[in-house]
Design a protein around this ligand. Structure first.
Ligand SMILES: Cc1cc2nc3c(=O)[nH]c(=O)nc-3n(C[C@H](O)[C@H](O)[C@H](O)COP(=O)(O)OP(=O)(O)OC[C@H]3O[C@@H](n4cnc5c(N)ncnc54)[C@H](O)[C@@H]3O)c2cc1C
Length: 410
């Protein structure tokens, strides 16, 4: 059994022998795939080293110390890889996990539909088997990053004759094909990070089914649990890095983060509250001070919840209810921050661009914060999860849970 000291010594030595900043990003990441050092907690037979959760921060520190680049950022590593590790066939893991680490494939999540977000199990997109393929028809909505994704994590109904949770299957959909049309949605904060995705006789190879037909709901729960934690997944630091691999990684990250440029504003930008109070001459205003102090307290409490979740992951526990608590806390902080910014900014918060406070950032906060309480499952749904799974309260009443999907009135 390796100790933390052994792991530190081993990764240090491996980096000394292998890290070469002049390799291309792909060449370097292929070394990561072969060595298992980019994903040390994954099983040794699947591109990891089978180490416990405590190894991850140690390896991260050693990578940062020499400025070595880590695996690709994004939904491939954050959502697809953990789902495939838990439920994918050996063939899927062999084909797709290395490419998630190298960033050769980028991913999106095709779960929500125009009338099925919270009621995800009621989804209408359907897939029918046709020889070695499945043929998919339907529409998804809110699909973040679908406009530049190579692959989609797709939920589709494959059996309408059983109750809604039991007739869903989970697929890996190739996005670049004639049957898939992606249309960006223009948001009220002027960004465009999510899309409508229309599937018209789109084709999925039969080997791209994850798990068994009808097993999609259980597998989707794995993806959603990781999604609630996704915000805390760290990208390997490349700040010290120079050379070809680092430059290519920086360019990759810049492109990737364009989609998420407004996400810090969505989280409320509590870090700017003091500055805005000073700019507006409100630091001595007792109402503003009280609200700012309340925000600081809320943020601290949220940080401790997030650290408990990180400690649980480091101890090797699968993501659990702390994900819902953390997500809800993040919403509360964002809303409290937005209210405080609104109080401090007054009418200035309604201006945009150059005329407004901090070059439009505060206006963007006010327009973006509502998304924090929706994305990844709304606040009300987190309340339901906490009530049912943590507090063991009775299940929410449902009239359509046990009847065949086909008989549900819509
Ligand atoms: C920024 C952003 C990014 C997103 N990215 C993705 C993505 O990449 N892929 C993807 O698949 N989806 C994505 N989503 C979609 C997101 O998961 C859904 O918007 C969310 O689950 C809510 O579904 P809905 O929009 O259909 O709202 P609805 O489900 O229609 O909810 C409307 C209102 O009713 C409430 N409500 C619904 N059911 C209940 C209930 N049972 N009890 C109490 N209240 C209830 C809700 O809380 C909400 O206030 C994203 C959303 C946002 C905002």
């Amino acid at each position: 059994m390796s100790t933390p000291e052994d792991v530190r010594a081993e990764v240090k030595q491996w980096l000394a022998d292998n890290w070469d900043p002049e390799l291309s990003l792909l060449e370097w990441r292929r070394k990561l795939v072969d060595s298992g050092w980019s994903t040390p907690t994954w099983p040794a037979e699947w591109y990891g080293r089978g180490l416990p959760g405590w190894a991850d921060p140690i390896v991260h520190e050693e990578f940062s110390a020499v400025g070595a680049v880590g695996p690709a950022v994004g939904g491939g590593m954050g959502l697809a890889a953990p789902t495939l590790l838990a439920h994918g066939s050996d063939d899927l893991k062999r084909r797709l996990l290395p490419r998630a680490i190298t960033g050769e494939d980028t991913w999106c999540q095709l779960f929500s539909e125009p009338t099925n977000g919270s009621d995800l199990a009621g989804l209408a997109t359907h897939a029918e088997r046709d020889g070695d393929e499945w043929v998919v028809n339907g529409q998804k909505l809110w699909s973040t990053s679908a406009h530049h994704a190579d692959l989609g994590l797709l939920l589709a109904r494959t059996d309408p004759d059983v109750p809604k949770h039991r007739g869903i299957s989970y697929f890996v959909l190739p996005m670049h094909q004639p049957g898939v049309e992606v249309r960006p949605v223009h948001q009220m904060n002027e960004h465009s990070s999510f899309n409508e995705v229309f599937m018209s006789d789109a084709r999925v190879p039969a080997d791209n089914l994850v798990g068994s037909p009808g097993d999609g709901w259980r597998i989707a729960m794995t993806t959603l649990a990781f999604e609630r934690q996704f915000a805390t997944v760290r990208a390997r630091s490349t700040t010290k890095a120079t050379g070809r691999a680092a430059e290519e990684a920086a360019a990759e990250a810049e492109e990737y983060y364009k989609t998420y440029a407004w996400y810090p504003q969505r989280a409320g930008r509590a870090d700017l509250v003091q500055q805005v109070a000073e700019l507006q001459g409100r630091t001595n205003d007792p109402i503003a001070r009280q609200q700012m102090a309340g925000l600081v307290a809320l943020r601290r409490a949220h940080e401790w919840t997030a650290r408990r979740a990180q400690a649980a992951r480091a101890a090797g526990r699968a993501p659990g209810s702390e994900g819902s608590l953390g997500k809800l806390a993040a919403s509360r902080v964002a809303q409290a921050s937005s209210r405080t910014h609104s109080l401090l900014a007054g009418a200035d918060g309604q201006l945009s661009h150059g005329d407004s406070l901090l070059d439009g950032v505060i206006t963007e906060v006010l327009l973006s914060v509502p998304a924090q309480s929706i994305a990844g499952g709304t606040d009300e749904i987190q309340h339901n999860i906490i009530g049912e799974k943590v507090l063991d309260l009775p299940r929410e009443p449902s009239v359509d849970r046990d009847i065949p999907y086909r008989e549900i009135r819509r």
